[in-house]
Ligand binder design. Structure first.
Ligand SMILES: [Mn+2]
Length: 388
């Protein structure tokens, strides 16, 4: 039998985590606060616990306050756990400086990410990211939860219980859909496997969507229900460092799950109104401009709306769209781009003007000092691939 090609370093990551479990090292699971990150964190946390390990802390950076990824505020908050193993999921691949600091503080760092590789790799102990140029694994488009599902398979070495596997597949399926990964190859398998059991999920936070009329759906269209579930789970609400989606997916009873869902539906409605206001403001701003990109920001926009707003504008106008919130010293922004223009590659041309940047070709982000905003915009326009 031929040896199956593996995702680069996935066995190494599993080995390092198992070692931490065995030696009773403290483990911190550190993930992005979006649905992909949250589900990736849950898969890792429950894997470690089922293997007899202890998770000392979970950490989700608050984008409004700390920004994206591993950041200095977070490291200051986590310093008290060192020495410990940080398992960073759905982020980390662009955190060169921060991972260096983490290592100095006494942390080991394992990164499981699926974002674009920037200029080289951070100095983490183990890096799993299928976008690494020398990763032989043929499929490059697993979401972070999908990668963690594969990592869990390694951790359990075919001894994963049926229940656990079903539950992880459900989470990975939702994340694959929510992160809008291409529906091809392995992703199709994950989606099919996960959606097969989701209506009977052992998680009250999922089962409740099917067993009650909490969504108020007149029709019983399965696909509509799934996209409704994802929109509820996508609610950007963070309390005491825990994202809403985590609370719901880990809810312990049907009644608490129902209560949370009702709360999130209200938050989502308010959010939709806010999105409409910002979108209209941008459309007025750009009405007179004839620029090849859309580059708009303000001080009073909420950072957590920027992604959705940028998606709407980008789709409507067909131009790379940079939407940012201006803070005291710097601006933080979200990018949505067209099929033709890789936003990460475009920003790479301007990286000297940026504090950080990264993400996916069609969806990414950046941080820039306010004094460099205009230069950054000019640089982007200058570096646009010439079309037609
Ligand atoms: Mn992701």
């Amino acid at each position: 039998m031929t040896e199956k090609i593996e995702i680069k370093n996935i066995s190494e990551a599993a080995r390092r985590i198992l070692q931490a479990v065995e030696k009773k090292e403290k483990i911190i699971v550190y993930g992005d606060a979006d649905l992909d990150g949250v589900t990736a964190v849950i898969i890792c946390k429950e894997s470690i616990e089922n293997l007899g390990g202890k998770v000392a802390a979970l950490y989700f950076p608050d984008r409004e306050i700390e920004g994206y990824g591993i950041n200095k505020t977070a490291l200051r908050n986590l310093e008290k756990y060192a020495p410990a193993l940080i398992l960073a999921v759905d982020l980390g691949i662009g955190n060169f400086e921060e991972i260096k600091i983490a290592k100095k503080l006494g942390f080991s760092v394992v990164v499981v990410d699926h974002h674009e590789i920037l200029d080289g790799l951070p100095e983490a102990d183990v890096i799993v990211d299928p976008k690494q140029p020398d990763d032989p694994y043929p499929f490059k488009f697993l979401c972070a939860a999908g990668l963690c599902f594969r990592l869990a398979e390694k951790l359990f070495n075919r001894q994963m219980s049926k229940n656990l596997r079903e539950s992880f597949a459900e989470l990975a399926a939702l994340a694959t859909l929510a992160d809008m990964m291409p529906r091809e190859f392995e992703n199709i398998d994950i989606i099919e496997e996960g959606l097969r059991t989701i209506d009977n999920s052992f998680r009250p936070g999922l089962r409740t969507f099917f067993k009650t009329d909490v969504l108020n759906l007149e029709s019983d269209n399965f696909n509509r229900r799934i996209s409704k579930i994802i929109s509820v789970l996508n609610v950007r609400d963070m309390k005491e460092g825990i994202p809403a989606a985590y609370k719901l997916l880990c809810a312990e009873s049907a009644s608490s799950a129902q209560e949370l869902i009702r709360e999130f539906l209200i938050i989502n409605r308010e959010r939709r109104d806010k999105i409409r206001v910002v979108t209209e403001e941008i459309e007025m701003n750009i009405a007179e401009k004839k620029e090849p990109i859309i580059f708009e920001g303000a001080r009073d926009w909420e950072l957590n709306l920027m992604g959705t707003v940028a998606s709407i504008i980008c789709q409507k106008y067909g131009k790379p769209t940079f939407v940012y919130k201006t803070l005291e010293q710097e601006s933080q922004g979200t990018v949505r781009s067209t099929e033709e223009i890789n936003s990460v590659a475009l920003m790479r041309n301007c990286k000297d003007l940026l504090m950080t940047y990264g993400g996916h070709p069609k969806a990414s982000g950046f941080r820039v000092k306010n004094e460099n905003l205009e230069k950054f915009k000019a640089c982007l326009i200058k570096n646009l691939p010439q079309s037609k």
